[in-house]
Design a protein around this ligand. Structure first.
Ligand code: SF4
Ligand code: SF4
Length: 288
């Protein structure tokens, strides 16, 4: 089963939920794989001490122009809908960050002046999440990390998602927002938990995320992080839209303290492990 953890807004606690859910499910005897697809700012590893770490670079094929063969005809710039090529007075200028590696320019170049070379856009890391060195949680963990200045998150995420092992419970920590990277992360999920916080900003971004998941036809429920009794608009919205609220994590000093020290709160407060396992039961009940 693939469960994605998403939110319309950054800083709502997606990673807290992903890591605590993964840890709690492992404690209940399930095989769990956690993929941090928030490739612009992966931070699940902060809560998971990793063993047996491996890293591999992720490349994208980009054009390389042979100036000896090029006649500056302009065909490549014409076919490039991403404006990654520009015909200057004496050469073809290439803007790698804009290139989507579609291969159109090399296909249409009448002089066969364009070949493809690999450009590193980021890396994928993987390892086993451990409690302390030598004592594994048993979570198979992998993350993607986009190089600074790169904008092409989806190819890196696709590469990361190739690691999905469907024999396990797969938890995907998706990037915040509702644009391409979030969609790429949640695509193919069996269920999505949308994390929000009880504020007007949280509610606004939740509504956008809800609309996105409806279009993608992914079943979902809401989790309210830092819940308090002063702001009920999220509850009212969910009730009106017939959306289940699967969990409320209260705004509690102890939880915040553990978070700030990079400690999974369900490890220190075991009563929460049951609550996180109930999220899994919640999905299973809906699927029956
Ligand atoms: S299409 Fe080929 S020959 Fe024409 S400008 Fe581009 S690289 Fe040069
Ligand atoms: S590979 Fe595609 S996106 Fe990249 S420069 Fe060529 S035409 Fe443009």
């Amino acid at each position: 089963m693939i469960i994605s953890i998403a939110s319309g807004k950054g800083g709502t606690g997606k990673t807290t939920i992903s890591t605590n859910l993964a840890f709690s499910l492992v404690q209940s005897g399930r095989n769990v794989q956690l993929l941090d697809c928030d490739v612009e700012e992966p931070n699940a590893h902060i809560f998971l001490d990793l063993e047996n770490k491996i890293k591999e670079n992720v490349f994208l094929p980009v054009p390389q122009i042979d100036e000896e063969k090029c006649t500056l005809c302009g065909k490549c710039a014409e076919v490039c809908v991403y404006n990654a090529l520009f015909i200057a007075k004496d050469r073809v200028m290439f803007f790698p960050q804009l290139c989507h590696s579609c291969g159109g320019c090399s296909y249409f170049c009448p002089r066969e002046a364009i070949s493809e070379i690999d450009r590193v856009i980021g890396e994928i890391g993987a390892g086993d999440a451990c409690l302390t060195r030598g004592s594994t949680y048993g979570i198979e963990f992998a993350y993607g990390k986009l190089n600074i200045g790169e904008v092409m998150a989806p190819p890196l995420m696709r590469k990361l998602k190739k690691r999905i092992d469907e024999d396990k419970v797969v938890i995907i920590d998706a990037p915040p927002g509702t644009s391409c990277p979030m969609i790429e992360a949640v695509k193919g999920s069996d269920f999505c938990f949308l994390i929000t916080e009880p504020t007007p900003f949280g509610l606004n971004d939740l509504k956008l995320a809800v609309e996105t998941l409806k279009v993608l036809k992914i079943p979902f429920a809401v989790l309210i992080n830092r819940w308090n009794e002063e702001y009920f608009e999220v509850d009212s919205y969910c009730e009106k839209e017939n959306i289940s609220i699967a969990m409320r994590i209260p705004l509690e000093r102890k939880i915040a303290e553990l978070y700030s020290r990079g400690i999974l709160f369900s490890k220190e407060l075991p009563e929460w492990q049951k609550a996180f396992c109930k999220l899994f039961d919640f999905i299973e009940a809906l699927r029956k």
